[in-house]
Structures are given as structure tokens and as C-alpha cells.
Design a protein. Structure first.
Lengths: 131, 508
């Protein structure tokens, strides 16, 4: 099992490297990789594609800041968040707004595996856990 | 001035609204108490992770694209897609004297219905064992109250002595007897107000046992007045394997608190065979490669890192460990028994045959050994029982030879007679540990031939009578033996005359 998974992961990682330009996933490169896979049809094509998809999704998530908000958020605020995070992570991060009334007030920002909690709901749940 | 205040207020406002950074992931699958989690890219090995509904887990497998976490709570509350958060903390348990007399689970939470436990400190469950520099060699005795052990296989404070044997051979009884004996010594010692007296606190870790057995143990300790000096860590058979895997480490953390704070503690791991089985279960679910008997490759490290935490520290206290291993059909050469034998400083081997013959505790003198304990044995015991092990081993050899029915010379006969009497003397009922001074007195009487004229079948009754005689009528001698820990000429003479007095009045 492990011996079959290892080369699949290795190939998927190699394909990911080819798909990233300056720390950002390039749609053109991804299209090129997919065309190459379609043409060459390597062994275990489906598992390779699945592993590649997962790696690409993780990589995209690293350069996308999902900004959950309860109230209105201005485009200036989104730009400020994006530039702050770009500086922090050392790569270009774009901010995408997503309304979430369950937050009550404030923001929650997801970048890859990191979550920045600045919402009332988050503070209340932290308070509930501490009590 | 108002500008200054505004500046401070701005600072407060900026701090209070500061976003909290968390590293998160999502559950990919949950099965058999193990959650596979996507994300958690910043998680550390053995770090505590937070699941929804207050359930916690430990990150045990850090893989390329997922993290394997054992769940330490109700798995049924978790589902695919749930958010998991790192905590940046290692799993810790409450420690301190407030835990004495209480029964807690593997996370240190009370399970005895006696209310919450007020503790100020916590210790990490996993901790690197003390190094070479801070250690001190074993030189202080830890009396088990079992004559066969204290005289032939002595245990010292900071030692790791394995109790090994088949099921139903009295392994747990020896451990409980030892805990009870510590409590009795503590009661006498604390009452004496001797500033040099160092009490021994006990921790009993029950892994994979039936709840009814744990209740029985608690009842036995309570009846003997030992519960107030004991912490019970319970991870019964019904508990999930993660808790069974963690319980010994939690117990060790509680014991370390006593050791680090200049006190002495005794910890019983009952038993490490079931602990290894629980770890095997977790490892197989985590898809770690399996080796001999399907145990993972690090099963030796599982026990070595646990038992290495027992030590005697220079200028501080000690932690003595009595791990228990259950063998199958007396096979000590199985994987886990050989591992633990090689880690510990000796073993007390219990034999089914001896147990069935009524020789209880069923200690096999030939296979039992204490590698460091003799340095901790008090002089009085050495004086009266120094040659016992050899005599008993010789007796076993001769007894096997004598079965052929050939004529025996007088010397051999005498050795056989003496050996049979020693075996009888070492018989001891469960939960009835003997104070060391009484052990010395009985062994003195045996050594001086006071039991030679008594028939073998009456030895147990005679020994009981002698113990009663000493306890009720010669308590001064017992106190002197206890305080001096050696037999000088005066004590020897008084013992001799006391034994003569007893012998003259004793009728079998």
C-alpha cells in the first residue's frame, strides 16, 4: 500500500512545483500540466490527479484570504487585509469577502491552515471554554 | 494630559480587538477513536488539539498531507468536516497532594464522585526522564511488608522492580500489599514526629482492568487505611485505548511531582501488558508498520521512556516503580516480558505451580532477582536473612532430587527440613503486610533454630503466635530494631531471651 502511494505523491509534488510561479499557482501552468497528463497517461492517473488536486487546493488556500464578516466590509478594508497578509506571508494574498451572520460582529480570516479570529462569536466561545 | 490618556486607551483598544491566530484543520475521517485531519500544518508531535464540543485529542501521526489524532473523549460527537484547532500545549494533568485519596481518569479528572479536585499545578504527561547528573544511586529501602521479598529480593527507593507472572498468581496483591505497607509505615512515622522520616505516597495505575476489580482495589485500600496516601489512576477496559495508553504517563507525572518536591513516591503500573495492547491497537489504526506480535517498532521505547522516569534524584525525592506484566503459560521469553525485564532493575517472578500448592505469595526464588536493592537493604535484615536465598535455592534443588526416594544423609535431611520450614514461614495472607522489625524477629527465631522442633504443618500457626507474642509483649525490642535498623549484641540477646520465653510457653 505504502509503496504504491509514495510514487503517486512524489509525482503530484513534482507537478505542483511546475504549476507554481513566484509562489502563486499559475492557471496556464496548471492547464499545461493537465494537458501533459492527458497526453502521456501515466500509471495511476486518477490517484495522481487526486493528489495533485489536493496539493493545488492547499496552495491556492495559502494565497487566498477568506474574510468572513457579519456586518458590511469595505473594499478598502479588504485591500488593507490583503496587503497586511501579503507582507506577513511573503507572497501575494488576495482577500475574498464571505458574509457570515453567525459571527455576530467582527471578522474571521482564513489563510491556508491559519485562522485569525476577531469576531464576537469567537470571543464568546473562547469565554465559554475558559469558564 | 488628556492626550496621554487617549494614547493609553488607544493602546488598550488595539490590544483588546487584536485578532487571535489559530492553526486549524478539518476532520477527514473518524474511526476507532482516531481522527484523520486535513490541515493543521503547524501542529507539533504530541500536541493537544481541540475538537468541537470541548473534546480534546493528541496529534500522534504527522504525515505529509494529514495528521492522525487520538481522540480523548466522546468520538460520537465528531463528524467529517468539523474544525480542529491546535492549542500549542502538551497534554498535562493536575498534580499535588490534593489528588491523594482520589480516583482520577487518564486526564486527571475525578471519577469517584467526591467532587472537584483543587490543584494549582499541572505537569506534562510526557516528560524526558531525569539525566545522569541529577540521579543518585539507590540506597534507601522501600519495604513491601512481604517477608519473602524484603529478605531475599529487597527493593530500594527509586528502583524499578517488575512483578511478573501468569494470571491469578497474586501480582496485584503484592502491589496492593506494598501500598498498604507504605501507608502503615507512614502512619507510624508521622505519629512519631521524627523530622528525618520520609513518607512514601503511592500511585496505582489500573490499565485495561475490569471496573469491578478497580472497585475491589479501592475497597481493600480503604479498609487498610491506605487510600489517604494513594492516588488511583483508572483507565478501565471499557475506556478507549487512547486513555489506556496515556494513563501510565499521567500516573508518572503525578509521581514526578512528589519526586521533584523532595518527597518519595511509589507507582504501580497494573499492567503494562494491557498498556502495550492498547498502544498496539492505536498504532494499527494509525496504520503504523507492525513488527513482532503485531506491535509497532517503538513498543520498547513506549515502556523504556515510562520506566526511566522513575529515579532517585540528588537532593530531591524518589519515584519507585512496580510495573506488572502478565505472562501466558509462564512464558517470560515473549516480546513484552523480555522488553520490560531488560528495562527494569529486577523482577519478582510468580509461579502458578507454587500458587496452586498454597505457597502464597508464589514468589519463585530462583527466577526472581533485585539488581540494586541489596544496597538499600537494612543491616538487620542482612544479618538474619543474608543466606536465605541460597538456602532456599539449595532446598528446591535437593527437594527435586529427594523425590527419587533414595536414602538421604543427615546433612541433606537437615537442609530439607530447614528449607520446608523457611517455605512455610514465608507464607503470608493477602493484604496483611508485616513490619520489617517483625520480619527480622521471625527470621532471627528461624535462624536460631526455634522452629526446628515444630512440625512443618504447624509452622504457620507457630509463626503467627510468635508475631503476636512480639507485638503484644515485646514491642520495645521491635521499636529498637525499627529505629536502629541493625541487630547489636544487646538486641540480639534480648531477642534470644524473648524467643526462649515464647518457646517455653508455646504448645503446637
Amino acid at each position: 500500500m505504502a509503496s504504491r502511494v509514495k510514487p503517486i505523491r512524489a509525482l503530484a509534488r513534482q507537478l505542483l512545483k511546475l504549476s507554481v510561479v513566484d509562489g502563486v499557482v499559475s492557471p496556464e501552468r496548471v492547464a499545461g500540466v493537465l494537458a501533459y497528463l492527458e497526453k502521456s497517461r501515466p500509471a495511476n492517473q486518477v490517484p495522481v490527479l487526486k493528489a495533485y488536486r489536493r496539493l493545488i487546493a492547499v496552495e491556492i488556500a495559502k494565497s487566498e484570504a477568506i474574510v468572513e464578516h457579519a456586518g458590511p466590509v469595505t473594499s478598502q478594508a479588504l485591500d488593507a487585509i490583503a496587503s497586511d497578509l501579503s507582507r506577513k506571508y511573503g507572497r501575494r494574498v488576495t482577500a475574498i469577502a464571505r458574509p457570515n451572520p453567525a459571527l455576530l460582529a467582527g471578522l474571521r480570516v482564513h489563510v491556508g491552515d491559519d485562522t485569525y479570529e476577531a469576531s464576537v462569536a469567537g470571543q464568546l466561545s473562547a469565554l465559554a471554554a475558559a469558564v | 494630559m488628556s492626550t496621554v490618556l487617549e494614547q493609553i486607551e488607544q493602546q488598550i483598544a488595539s490590544l483588546s480587538s487584536k485578532a487571535v491566530k489559530k492553526n486549524t484543520g478539518n476532520i477527514r475521517s473518524v474511526a476507532d477513536g482516531v481522527a484523520k485531519v486535513d490541515g493543521l500544518s503547524a501542529v507539533m508531535y504530541n500536541e493537544m488539539v481541540q475538537f468541537p464540543n470541548g473534546v480534546i485529542g493528541i496529534a500522534l501521526n504527522l504525515e505529509e498531507d494529514e495528521v492522525g489524532c487520538v481522540v480523548l473523549g466522546d468520538v460520537s460527537q465528531l463528524k467529517e468536516g468539523d474544525e480542529v484547532t491546535t492549542t500549542g500545549r502538551l497534554l498535562s494533568v493536575p498534580v499535588g497532594k490534593a489528588l491523594l485519596g482520589r480516583t482520577v481518569d487518564a486526564l486527571g479528572q475525578p471519577v469517584d464522585g467526591k467532587g472537584p479536585i483543587e490543584t494549582k499545578e499541572t505537569y506534562p504527561v510526557e516528560k524526558i526522564a531525569p539525566g545522569i547528573i541529577v540521579r543518585k544511586s539507590v540506597s534507601q529501602p522501600l519495604f513491601t511488608g512481604i517477608m519473602a521479598i524484603d529478605s531475599m529480593i529487597p527493593i530500594g527507593r527509586g528502583q524499578r522492580e517488575l512483578i511478573i507472572g501468569d494470571r491469578g498468581t497474586g501480582k496485584t496483591t503484592i502491589a496492593i500489599d506494598t501500598i498498604i505497607n507504605q501507608a502503615k509505615i507512614n502512619q507510624v512515622g508521622l505519629a512519631s514526629k521524627d523530622p528525618k522520616f520520609r513518607p512514601v505516597y503511592s500511585i496505582y495505575v489500573a490499565v485495561g482492568q475490569k471496573n469491578s476489580n478497580i472497585v475491589r482495589t479501592i475497597a481493600a485500600l480503604e479498609a487498610a487505611g491506605a487510600l489517604e496516601y494513594t492516588i488511583l489512576v483508572a483507565a478501565p477496559a471499557a475506556d478507549n485505548p487512547a486513555n489506556q495508553y496515556l494513563a501510565p504517563y499521567s500516573g508518572a507525572a503525578m509521581g514526578e511531582w512528589f519526586m521533584e518536591n523532595g518527597m518519595d513516591a511509589l507507582i504501580v503500573y497494573d499492567d503494562l501488558s494491557k498498556h502495550a495492547v492498547a498502544y498496539r491497537q492505536i498504532s494499527l489504526i494509525l496504520k503504523r508498520p507492525s513488527g513482532r506480535e503485531a506491535y509497532p517498532g517503538d513498543v520498547f521505547y513506549l515502556h523504556s521512556r515510562l520506566l526511566e522516569r522513575s529515579a532517585r534524584l540528588d537532593g530531591k525525592g524518589s519515584l519507585t516503580a512496580l510495573p506488572i506484566i502478565e505472562t501466558l503459560a509462564g512464558d517470560v521469553s515473549a516480546y513484552i516480558p523480555t522488553n520490560v525485564i531488560s528495562i527494569t532493575d529486577g523482577q519478582i517472578f510468580l509461579e502458578t505451580d507454587l500458587f496452586n500448592q498454597g505457597i502464597r505469595p508464589a514468589v519463585s526464588v530462583g527466577l526472581s532477582v533485585s539488581r540494586v536493592g541489596s544496597a538499600a537493604q537494612i543491616k538487620a535484615t542482612k544479618q538474619v536473612g543474608g543466606k536465605l536465598k541460597g538456602e532456599l535455592a539449595q532446598f528446591r534443588e535437593l527437594a527435586a532430587f529427594a523425590q527419587f526416594g533414595s536414602d538421604l544423609d543427615a546433612k541433606t535431611k537437615a537442609q530439607l527440613e530447614r528449607g520446608a520450614r523457611i517455605v512455610e514461614l514465608f507464607k503470608q495472607p493477602a493484604f496483611n503486610p508485616l513490619p520489617i522489625e517483625l520480619q527480622v524477629s521471625v527470621l532471627f527465631a528461624m535462624q536460631k533454630g526455634f522452629f526446628d522442633a515444630i512440625e512443618v504443618k504447624h509452622i504457620v500457626a507457630a509463626a503467627s503466635a510468635l508475631k503476636e507474642f512480639f507485638t503484644t509483649r515485646q514491642s520495645e525490642i521491635l521499636t529498637d530494631i525499627r529505629t536502629k535498623a541493625a541487630l547489636d549484641k544487646d538486641i540480639e540477646a534480648r531477642l534470644q531471651s524473648a524467643c526462649e520465653q515464647w518457646k517455653s510457653g508455646y504448645k503446637a
